[in-house]
Design a protein around this ligand. Structure first.
Ligand code: PGA
Length: 254
């Protein structure tokens, strides 16, 4: 199973600090564990320079979202084919901030996944329950609905090209993390849903944990058998912390 550590920069950095962060990461990539795929998702305006500066380093540059259509009259939007033409290799979709602030539904997110697959970009599909959903014991059902609603129509060959990130909404940017057991339980649940499509799907799709993951809690989280790496927000903005996360993932997933 692949191990992936992905940094979601969200709406942070500017032209010069984004460049500086990419350069710092590229400079530290030598000697990193070769068994971990490294992904960074800068804001749209800084993607071109990130792709150029990361060339040859092994870092995959991702986007944080895309539009579901290939082109057309959608002012302000960015298509998967545009991203492909820049050399973007992956794209986050369905992040809880997109669901919450931009009203994205599972059906819409499924269309975005389809557009990314058609453009040959790896979709990093986010799912996860809100605080009240966990407190009422509905968290497994919520994640099941998100996966079925967005990914239910894909073929096995398509599903095998997707990456899933489990991000409990109550843990994102809050300093709270799921316990290693809570993460493992949900990842095992997601894995069992993938298994209903066959062992090859369950064996091919990495499931990343996200939500206040940092160098002090990553070892325990990444050690769980169904946790295949992390989707990192805040800690991905500090080069040293992000590199520490790569080292930890490389160590526990050798
Ligand atoms: P966080 O964000 O690490 O800052 O909690 C994770 C994410 O939203 O991807």
């Amino acid at each position: 199973m692949r191990t992936i550590v992905a940094g979601n920069w969200k709406m942070n950095t500017d032209a010069s600090s984004a460049t500086a962060l990419v350069d710092a990461l590229v400079g530290k990539m030598g000697g990193q564990p070769g068994n971990v795929e490294v992904v960074i998702a800068p804001p749209f305006p800084f993607i071109t320079q990130a792709v150029e500066r990361a060339k040859g380093s092994g870092i995959i540059v991702a986007a944080q979202d895309c539009h579901q259509a290939e082109k057309g009259a959608f002012t302000g939007e960015v298509s998967a084919t545009m991203l492909k033409s820049l050399g973007v290799g992956a794209c986050i979709v369905g992040h809880s901030e997109r669901r919450q602030y931009f009203g994205e539904s599972d059906a819409l997110i499924g269309e975005k996944v389809a557009a990314l697959l058609a453009a040959d970009i790896i979709p990093i599909f986010c799912c996860g329950e809100r605080k009240e959903e966990r407190e009422s014991g509905r968290h497994f059902d919520v994640v099941t609905e998100q996966l079925k609603g967005a990914l239910g129509k894909f073929t096995n060959a398509q599903l095998e090209r997707i990456v899933i990130a489990y991000e409990p909404v109550w843990a994102i940017g809050t300093g709270l993390t799921a316990s290693a057991q809570q993460a493992q339980d949900m990842h095992a649940h997601i894995r069992s849903l993938l298994h209903t499509h066959g062992a090859s799907v369950a064996g091919a799709v990495p499931i990343l944990y996200g939500g206040s993951c940092n160098p002090s809690n990553a070892e325990e989280l990444f050690s769980q058998p169904d946790v295949n790496g992390g989707l990192i927000g805040g800690a991905s903005l500090v080069a040293e912390q992000f590199m520490d996360l790569l080292r930890i993932a490389g160590k526990v997933k050798h």
